[in-house]
Each structure stands twice: as structure tokens, then as C-alpha cells.
Write a protein of this length. Structure first.
Ligand code: GLU
Length: 306
């Protein structure tokens, strides 16, 4: 699945993520799912969702399930799924996998400064995990401000990434992280973990910047009794100066290339080579040929230069 947040125009990095998901799904005879992760109410805009969908259609990256389809795992916009997240947030709270945290931002900031000054990683100290469920409920009912934190277990989380191989994370370094602002305002890791399971996603292909989110999502899935999908984290896309690709490098949204007269076939072919290669000298591939040739074994871990 490709799960963009509609907080900006479709850019090259997103297309690469989307293309690799699509190529793999089609190669394996699977379905490709588009999910709109629009839970950031301030930054999400319908015009960005429209730009993403138009850009993908122009490129010929067509989703089998997603908005405007009648896929059986919908709705495919997260803001239309709040009842679902609410149910699972309550389950986590009831089963003590999560708890309400009433600490103020000032208090959290002061503690963070203190931990950094002592040379520790700034993680939450678990103060509110000692509040009883009854007391927490009363305080919520009385209108006190709170967030929902996941109770992290101190253990090592391992998984086998299709590109990176075996990856280990020491979960004790995460602390109890926030998964929702309230039962109807989920944050990314929580909503994604729930949806990936309910939508029966088998493979998640996304950028390397999400690598450390994976153990968090896996812990949430385990706490809910869900199985885990497989993960593939793609290397960063860099500018010629080897820093992360950005506006500075003249990387423009996809609509710009369309306007300039680039053909979608050319753009797909070019983007496919950002992190993948066929292992031969051949440089030109049509979409069916890319589908046929694509594999994670031929994806690399090191950054690709745009
Ligand atoms: N909405 C997230 C993003 O756009 C999705 C990451 C993921 O694929 O899990 O970065």
C-alpha cells in the first residue's frame, strides 16, 4: 500500500515509494492499495489529495483499492475511519497497553531538558502510568486535558526488512510514546498499525525515514493481537550534494514535469532507477517490463542521487 498524507503536492520521493509498491504488487499478482492518511487536520488539504491522485493516474500507477473504488476494506481515508480507531484505542486502554497522560507540555519540556543535561535520551518517565483507570476516567470526564500513551515494553524488537535484512531495535529507548491525542484523534503510528492489519496489507514499502516507526507499529499490532506485515524501507533520495532531496535541488512536484512535457513513461523509468537497478546495462524499461524485472534483491540501502 501507498499511504500518503495529503499535506503537499505529489513529489518525486512519494512517486518512487508508490511506484515500488505498485511494481511489487503487480509482479506478485497482488492488489495495490492507496490509503489517504489525512489525520493531520491542520496540514491536510483536499487539493493535495487531488494532486496526488491526478499525478498517479497520469503516471499510470492505478490503485486497485483506495478512494473512489469500491474496495471491500474501505473507507480508505483515515478521517472516515475514526470509529475504528476509537474502538481500538479503548481496547488498548482497557487492557492497560495504553494509558492517559495528563502531563503538561511545560512539565514534559522541563523533564526533557533535565534528561538531556544528564546525558540521557529524552524519553517519557512513565509518571502517569501509575494513575488508576478510574481516576483517569474521572479526570477525562471532568474535562482535563490528556493524551494517550502506549506502554512500551523493555525488549528488543526484531524484524527482517526486505532490503535491510535483520533489524533490531531496543524498545526501551522509545519510552511510552503518544499514540493519540484522544480516542478520536489517532496519530500516525497507531492509525497506520490498525489500518495495515484491517486492510490485510501484506507488504509495506516506504522510505527509510520510517524505519524506526516500524518497531512502534509492530508493538501496537502485537498489543492488539494482530499479525505483522512485511516491510521494505527504501533508501533516501539525495541531491547531487548528497544531502536529502529538497526544493534546493530543483526537485519539483510531478505536475511540473508534466507541464514541461516530460512523458509519464520517461518519468517512471527514471524514478525506478532511484534505488533499484536491473543488474545489466539496459536503461529503458516500459511499465510492464519494470513489473517483470522488479525485485527487492536489486534495491540498495545507500542513498540514490536524483
Ligand atoms: N503517511 C505517512 C507518510 O506520508 C505514511 C508512511 C507509511 O507508509 O507508513 O509519510
Amino acid at each position: 500500500r501507498f499511504a500518503p498524507s495529503p499535506t503537499g503536492f505529489l513529489h518525486i520521493g512519494s512517486v518512487r515509494t508508490c511506484l515500488f509498491n505498485f511494481l511489487y504488487a503487480k509482479k506478485m499478482g497482488g492488489d495495490f492499495v492507496l490509503r489517504i492518511e489525512d489525520t493531520d487536520k491542520e496540514r491536510s488539504k483536499p487539493e493535495f489529495e487531488e494532486d496526488i491522485k491526478q499525478g498517479l493516474k497520469w503516471l499510470g500507477i492505478i490503485w486497485d483499492e483506495g478512494p473512489d473504488t469500491n474496495g471491500k476494506f474501505g473507507p480508505y481515508r483515515q478521517m472516515d475511519r475514526l470509529d475504528i480507531y476509537e474502538k481500538y484505542a479503548r481496547q488498548l486502554l482497557d487492557q492497560s497497553h495504553a494509558y492517559y497522560c495528563f502531563c503538561s507540555e511545560e512539565e514534559l519540556e522541563a523533564k526533557k531538558q533535565e534528561m538531556v543535561a544528564r546525558g540521557h535520551a529524552p524519553i517519557y518517565d512513565g509518571k502517569c502510568s501509575n494513575i488508576s483507570k478510574e481516576e483517569a476516567q474521572q479526570r477525562i470526564a471532568a474535562g482535563e486535558k490528556a493524551v494517550i500513551r502506549f506502554k512500551t515494553q523493555n525488549k528488543v524488537i526484531s524484524f527482517t526488512d526486505l532490503i535491510w535484512g535483520k533489524v533490531d531495535f531496543d524498545a526501551s529507548l522509545f519510552g511510552d510514546f503518544v499514540i493519540a491525542k484522544d480516542t478520536r484523534s489517532p496519530l500516525y503510528n497507531f492509525a497506520a498499525a490498525v489500518d495495515d492489519y484491517l486492510m490485510e496489507i501484506t507488504h509495506i514499502v516506504r522510505g527509510e525515514e520510517h524505519l524506526s516507526n516500524t518497531p512502534r507499529q509492530m508493538m501496537i499490532q502485537s498489543a492488539l493481537g494482530f499479525s505483522h506485515p512485511q516491510y521494505a524501507h527504501l533508501p533516501l533520495i539525495l541531491g547531487p550534494d548528497k544531502t536529502k532531496l529538497s526544493k534546493r535541488h530543483n526537485a519539483e512536484p510531478v505536475g511540473y514535469y508534466k507541464q514541461k512535457g516530460y512523458l509519464p513513461q520517461a518519468l517512471n523509468n527514471f524514478i525506478a532507477f532511484l534505488g533499484w537497478n536491473p543488474g545489466t546495462e539496459r536503461e529503458m524499461f516500459s511499465m510492464p517490463e519494470l513489473i517483470n524485472e522488479f525485485s527487492f534483491e536489486r534495491c540498495r540501502k545507500s542513498g540514490s542521487i536524483f
